[in-house]
Design a protein around this ligand. Structure first.
Ligand SMILES: NC(=O)c1ccc[n+]([C@@H]2O[C@H](COP(=O)([O-])OP(=O)(O)OC[C@H]3O[C@@H](n4cnc5c(N)ncnc54)[C@H](OP(=O)(O)O)[C@@H]3O)[C@@H](O)[C@H]2O)c1
Length: 228
């Protein structure tokens, strides 16, 4: 069986770069991934240094048709782009409308698998309304998630907690223990989010049409998947 062809929107981001690396080094399961980036320097970096194809397709500045052309022929799209919380307009054009556009582009291009990196408890206004500086960001994430859930394609919404740069632990908190866990610790390593995305791509049946909270914990990722 040929490897899965995955296009990554936000490939130059911290999670994106880990994911590119994981997919590139697993040729048994994955074809070389496509990095979707927003400027020429990033495209050159992926082409020359990482040695994978890169598409210069800023999700804010391109039409659905153009995004569809970039992802046509791929099996799955991962959306891990984000405005980095910088400015309400960019939050709305990247985290919200960028996600919606990517989803529409999947429908146009016939790509049937879509994984998006959202945020912890995005659907729960009471959780985020009063977190300083995060209200607009969370409004965008919540609305994007709603749009994703209406789609007929095979979506998965990932809702990681507060992201950290330390090395992977490879372990997560089972969903039935998340509420207790986040009372004391809401964090997850970015590397573990990327590792989980890779596993979700390989375990479509267990992860499709699900909203999955990701915080570090005590259960190895492969075992966590069996609890979904
Ligand atoms: N920070 C947290 O604690 C937290 C918690 C939960 C979820 N999240 C979400 O997790 C996701 C990924 O996190 P991360 O740490 O990997 O973020 P990151 O390093 O900021 O990566 C986001 C990527 O999106 C790219 N991007 C921005 N605008 C774009 C556009 N118009 N077209 C294409 N790409 C664009 C950025 O490009 P540049 O490289 O040019 O900047 C960057 O590479 C984000 O959606 C974030 O909201 C974050």
């Amino acid at each position: 069986m040929a490897g899965l062809k995955v296009a990554i929107i936000g490939a130059n981001g911290k999670i994106g770069r880990f994911l590119v690396d994981y997919l590139k080094h697993d040729p048994t399961h994955f074809d070389t991934p496509l990095a979707i980036v927003r400027n020429a320097e990033q495209q050159e970096y992926f082409n020359k240094e990482v040695q994978i194809h890169a598409s210069l397709t800023s999700i804010e500045h391109t039409s659905v048709k153009e995004v569809a052309a970039a992802i046509k022929g791929y099996d799955a799209v991962v959306f891990t782009a984000g405005a980095g919380g910088k400015g309400v307009e960019r939050i709305f054009t990247v985290d919200l409308d960028g996600c919606c556009k990517a989803l529409e582009a999947c429908e146009v291009a016939g790509v049937n698998r879509f994984i998006v990196v959202s945020a912890l408890k995005a659907e729960d206004r009471d959780f985020w309304w009063d977190i300083p500086g995060l209200r607009e960001y969370y409004i965008a994430k919540r609305a994007a998630d709603h749009d994703v859930r209406l789609s007929k394609i095979n979506w998965t919404i990932l809702q990681p907690g507060w992201l950290q740069d330390e090395p992977s632990t490879g372990k997560l908190t089972p969903l039935d223990q998340v509420e207790e866990r986040i009372k004391v610790d809401k964090t997850i390593k970015r590397q573990d989010v990327a590792l989980f995305i890779k596993e979700a791509l390989l375990h479509e049946k267990e992860t499709v049409h699900k909203t999955i909270t990701l915080v570090n914990g005590d259960v190895p990722i492969n075992e966590f998947i069996t609890t979904l």
